[in-house]
Design a protein around this ligand. Structure first.
Ligand code: MN
Length: 716
């Protein structure tokens, strides 16, 4: 057995030699064989010698490039707890430093079953306290936990779940907070394997199936980027990344999308030599592929709180597949993987400035602890602080829900359960009823009030922040809207047919499918309901004999619909649009378009489509809100009048106003507002009229101009 461990010892030394020049080799050797002797007669549940666990933990520490003292303590981390060796013995053999590290790790014991919650919290508190004293204790605990997770399958089921859950709850956020991404995703992948074995196996199988095809695609993208970078003489390395199981899992869960879609996301990382080259590389990527809007993130200029730096962008690659690209320098890449460990290296004491910054928040907890002895309280508040970019809120039953900053009660509702989100009608935060758009804060207790049926509102998507909530709301709206379209479309066709004495129930659907131009009836109802085709046109196509001349009116003409606007209107019927899913079309109040004006629509998720005159000064504002421009036109025939404001300037005289009103009224035009201002001998009148179109406005303007004393008439 000793021989096998001699090999393991050599391997460990080789790993350490890669980054330590003149380390304390004697200390390492002594610790190794001391540990070996102490654990000699113990085996792990897997049947291997116990000491193997300690060596593996030491290897993990060496991969994180920790100093030799920490690695030696890693080799000894279980001797006090699991063997007859006393702490005083460790102290006399290895000195105070190592003794304290071993003591620190020993105190953070593994979980036992009794009084689980208290134990868990107490354990956590100890972890934090030791961390504040010496961060190396946590690094050893990190390594210990990682190896335990790797060998978790040998433990009883119940214990597996317990440890995996604790890993997710504590170790994953802690590793992320310390910026050690390499640990974070390993914990998460392993934890998912034990918590949701079915899904894990599914992902595992799928990933294996597709890996060669996927690598081929990544290889192609890599080559085209590399070629261009070489031409520009920018040295770089490009690696294709396999998506972590945990990130596939999370995306499938949170966004509720199938494996194929998540997995289709390809990812590459470009490593450059210099910071400037990172920006040049983004330029290259964006010229080769179309960037996806709003997906560019510059974490180089503004690093994340854990020190992470990188450029992120998403582009559309060949065949329309999304490609996630991370661009950073070698040093940034190193920090991204190693986090706090990167700062730690070669430092005997916590002197590194970054390391110090990262530990401030830990130390604050030491002070805090003096006044609060309740360990579960402590754990709660520590968790809040861990998650700088996240908040933790609670259900009335005390269940912890993890949400991004700025989350609302609706996000909370959907996070708890889709059904609760869909039926949500109100919320109480800390027992007080609040609007659904209220921003939640750390520690809030949130109670969701529900109705028996779904009660989704369109505008909800304007304030929810989680993609889960947004996806669910949109899905429901889409399905529900489809029902509205069917109802409205059928009604519209029915009304048209009634004019010709045909009862709509007499029409068989195959006739519609064959002659309407729509083989899918749902599409037909939608086209009708959204006025993309008129009921008259459909009737004309299906019953051509009813009409003498067959005129095509697709996309250009809508039926005369004389109705008062009501809440249920999908959009104003005198506007024709060409896009999909127009929720609401309204005329902009700022420029008050009237028929004949050139108009353009701007679609905003929260407001629907707003039609502006193309000259409107407010258009840049729309664009600044990321509104999406879309083509809208006036319908051919419109039986409606529209408000329009004109400004009239003239020499003030008796009866001027009366003459104007008379001139307007003669044309059968309503005046809905007049505002007169006299400045000396000049009268300035703002008049709001209701006209049918631009032509009528022109006529009324001309008539007013003819009035004695009027100098200028202008549309506002
Ligand atoms: Mn251990």
């Amino acid at each position: 057995m000793k021989k096998a461990f001699e090999k393991k010892y050599d391997a460990l030394v080789r790993q350490i030699n890669k980054y330590v020049q003149n380390g304390k080799k004697e200390l390492l050797r002594k610790a190794f064989w001391f540990g070996f002797e102490a654990h000699k007669n113990q085996v792990r549940l897997s049947g291997v010698p116990y000491f193997e666990h300690c060596v593996e933990a030491a290897n993990i520490l060496a991969e994180l490039k920790m100093d030799v003292t920490t690695i030696a303590a890693g080799l000894l981390h279980d001797v006090v707890e699991d063997t007859g060796v006393k702490l005083s013995e460790v102290r006399s053999e290895f000195g105070e430093d190592i003794a304290q590290l071993v003591d620190g790790v020993t105190k953070i014991a593994d979980l036992k079953f009794k009084k689980l919650e208290i134990e868990k919290a107490e354990n956590f508190r100890k972890l934090v306290l030791s961390m504040a004293k010496d961060i190396r204790v946590v690094m050893i605990k990190f390594a210990d936990r990682l190896h335990n997770m790797r060998t978790l399958e040998y433990l009883p089921k119940k214990k597996q779940l317990l440890i995996a859950q604790e890993t997710l709850d504590v170790y994953v956020p802690l590793a992320i907070r310390f910026g050690i991404a390499s640990l974070g995703w390993q914990y998460e992948d392993l934890a998912i394997k034990f918590i949701d074995r079915k899904v894990y196996n599914f992902i595992d199988k799928k990933v294996a199936e597709k890996s060669s095809e996927r690598m081929k695609r990544i290889e192609m993208m890599k080559e085209s980027i590399l070629e261009k970078m070489n031409k520009l003489n920018i040295p770089c390395k490009i690696t294709g990344r396999a998506k972590r199981y945990s990130s596939i899992y999370r995306k499938m869960q949170e966004q509720n999308i199938p494996f194929e879609e998540v997995y289709d996301l390809l990812a590459v990382r470009i490593i450059t030599e210099k910071k400037e080259d990172c920006y040049a590389a983004v330029g290259v990527v964006h010229t080769l592929f179309t960037p996806v809007a709003d997906r560019f993130k510059d974490y180089i200029a503004t690093p994340k709180s854990n020190g992470y730096q990188s450029l992120h962008t998403t582009v559309i690659g060949p065949n329309g597949r999304m490609l996630e690209v991370q661009i950073r320098t070698e040093a940034m890449d190193y920090t991204a993987e190693m986090g706090i460990a990167a700062h730690w290296q070669y430092k005997a004491k916590n002197t590194d400035k970054h390391l110090d910054d990262q530990l401030v928040w830990v130390r604050e907890f030491l002070d805090w602890d003096k006044d609060n002895s309740d360990p579960s309280e402590f754990m709660k508040s520590f968790k809040f602080d861990l998650a700088r970019d996240e908040i933790f809120v609670f259900t009335p039953q005390g269940r912890l829900i993890n949400l991004p900053v700025n989350a609302t009660p609706l996000d909370f509702a959907f996070a708890v359960h889709t059904e609760i989100g869909l039926k949500c009608i109100g919320a109480k935060v800390n027992s007080e009823v609040v609007p659904l758009y209220t921003t939640l804060h750390n520690g809030d207790e949130v109670e969701i009030l529900t109705s028996s049926k779904p009660s989704i509102e369109e505008y909800w998507t304007s304030f929810v922040v989680t993609s889960r909530a947004r996806t669910q709301i949109n899905r429901w709206l889409r399905e529900n809207r489809k029902l509205q379209y069917i109802k409205l479309g059928k009604e519209m066709l029915g009304n048209e047919l009634a004019k010709h004495g045909i009862e709509s129930k007499d029409i068989d659907t195959t006739l519609l499918e064959q002659h309407s131009g729509f083989t899918n009836l749902d599409t037909l109802w939608e086209a009708l309901a959204t006025h993309r085709i008129s009921a008259e046109e459909i009737t004309r196509r299906v019953f051509p004999k009813l009409y003498k001349s067959a005129k095509t009116t697709f996309f250009t003409k809508i039926p005369r619909i004389l109705k008062k606007s009501s809440k249920n209107d999908i959009h104003e019927p005198y506007i024709v649009f060409h896009g999909d899913y127009p929720l609401v079309i309204v005329l902009s109040k700022c420029c008050m378009p009237i028929p004949g004006d050139k108009i353009v629509g701007f679609y905003r998720e929260d407001k629907g489509v707003i039609a502006h005159r193309v000259k409107c000064k407010e258009i840049p504002k729309e664009l600044s809100h990321n509104a999406q421009g879309m083509k809208v036109d006036w319908a051919e025939k419109i039986d409606k009048v529209f408000p329009v404001s004109i400004q009239v300037v003239g020499a003030d005289r008796k009866h001027l106003l009366r003459d104007m009103v008379v001139a307007i009224s003669k044309m059968d035009i309503n005046v809905v507002g007049i505002h007169v201002e006299i400045q000396g001998i000049v009268a300035m009148c703002d008049i709001t009229l209701e006209v049918g179109d631009v032509q009528q406005l022109k006529e009324v303007t001309q008539n007013i101009s003819k009035i004695k004393g009027i100098q200028r008439v202008k549309r506002k």
